[in-house]
Design a protein around this ligand. Structure first.
Ligand code: NAP
Length: 248
C-alpha cells in the first residue's frame, strides 16, 4: 500500500510540502488544517479540517488512517499542536519530522527589542511609542487590551474579535507584502513602534526592512522552544530528504 504522510499545516511551507509530495509516485499525502481562517489557501492532495481532540485524538487519527509518517509543518508559534504531535508520535511509534522555517536575523541597524511573550511585549510597549503596528495575529490581541492610551493598527487575515485595545484600527490583509507598501503604511498611520512574532519567512519580512529604514523600534516576540528530542529541518527539501524520498 502507498505510504501515507500526514502534514500538519496552516503555513506556506506546508502547502509547498504537499505540492511536492503529491508529485512523488506512490505517496499519499493528507494535510490537516485547524480551520482558523475563513478562506485557506489551496492545498494539493487530501485535506482534513479541524482539531483532533488533543494528543490522544491525533494518535487515534494516525492509527485509524494508517499514517506512516507525521510532518509538523505548523507555524512556529502554534505551540499546542506541536506538543500534541510530539506526544502522538511517541505513543504510536511513528516517525515525526518538524518543518520550521528559520527565525529572522537581526542586522546592525535594527532597533529590535526581543521579548519572551505577548504579555512582555505589552509591558514594554508604552515605553517605546504610542502608535503601534501590531502584527501578532488576531488571536493574541487580549494581551494588549488594557493599553487604553495607545493607538493600535492591527493587521490580520480575518477580522479580530474582542477583547482587544479600545483604540484599534483593523487592516484586513494577507501577505506577501513589499517593503515599499510597508513603508507607506507605517508613514500613513504615523506608526512609532511595531510588534511582531519572530515568524521568519519571506512573506511578512518586509515590515522589518521598512522599520529599519524608518529607524523604528520593533518588539520581537521570541519563538517557543520545540519539544525535547524533536527533530527539525528548515525547508521542504530537508523533509523530502529525511523521508528518504529525494530520488523518488
Ligand atoms: P495551537 O495553539 O498550537 O493549536 C490549538 C489547537 O488547534 C490544537 O490543540 C489543535 O486542536 C488545533 N490545531 C492547530 N493546528 C492544527 C492543524 N494544523 N490541524 C488540526 N488541528 C490543529 O495553534 P494556533 O496557534 O491556534 O494555530 C492554528 C493553526 O494556524 C496552525 O495550524 C498554524 O500552523 C496556523 N498559524 C498559526 C499562526 C500563529 O501565529 N500561531 C500563524 C499562522 C498560521 P486539538 O487539540 O483539538 O487537536
Amino acid at each position: 500500500m502507498s505510504p501515507h504522510i500526514l502534514v500538519l499545516g496552516g503555513t506556506a511551507e506546508a502547502r509547498r510540502l504537499a505540492a511536492d509530495l503529491v508529485t512523488r509516485p506512490g505517496i499519499r499525502v493528507t494535510t490537516s488544517l485547524a480551520g482558523r481562517v475563513s478562506t485557506p489557501g489551496a492545498v494539493e492532495g487530501d485535506v482534513r479540517i479541524g482539531g483532533f481532540g488533543g494528543a490522544a485524538g491525533l494518535a487515534e487519527w494516525l492509527r485509524a488512517h494508517r499514517v506512516d509518517a507525521l510532518v509538523d509543518a505548523t507555524h512556529p508559534f502554534a505551540e499546542s499542536i506541536t506538543a500534541n504531535a510530539a506526544e502522538a508520535a511517541s505513543v504510536t511509534g511513528l516517525p515525526l519530522l518538524v518543518l520550521r522555517r528559520p527565525g529572522w536575523q537581526r542586522g546592525p541597524e535594527d532597533r529590535w527589542h526581543p521579548v519572551p511573550s505577548l504579555d512582555a511585549a505589552a509591558d514594554l510597549l508604552p515605553r517605546l511609542g504610542h502608535r503601534v503596528f501590531l502584527t501578532t495575529g488576531r488571536l493574541g490581541l487580549a494581551a494588549f487590551a488594557h493599553l487604553t492610551d495607545l493607538h493600535f493598527v492591527v493587521r490580520s487575515v480575518d477580522p479580530p474579535e474582542p477583547p482587544m485595545p479600545r483604540d484599534t484600527e483593523v487592516l484586513l490583509a494577507r501577505g506577501p507584502f513589499t517593503v515599499t507598501a510597508e513603508k507607506a503604511l507605517l508613514r500613513v498611520h504615523r506608526i512609532d513602534v511595531l510588534v511582531t512574532k519572530d515568524s521568519g519567512g519571506n512573506a511578512t519580512a518586509a515590515k522589518l526592512t521598512a522599520a529599519r529604514e524608518l529607524a523604528l523600534p520593533v518588539v520581537v516576540v521570541r519563538r517557543p522552544p520545540l519539544p525535547r528530542g524533536v527533530d527539525a529541518v528548515p525547508d521542504v527539501a530537508g523533509v523530502v530528504d529525511r523521508l528518504g524520498l529525494s530520488g523518488a
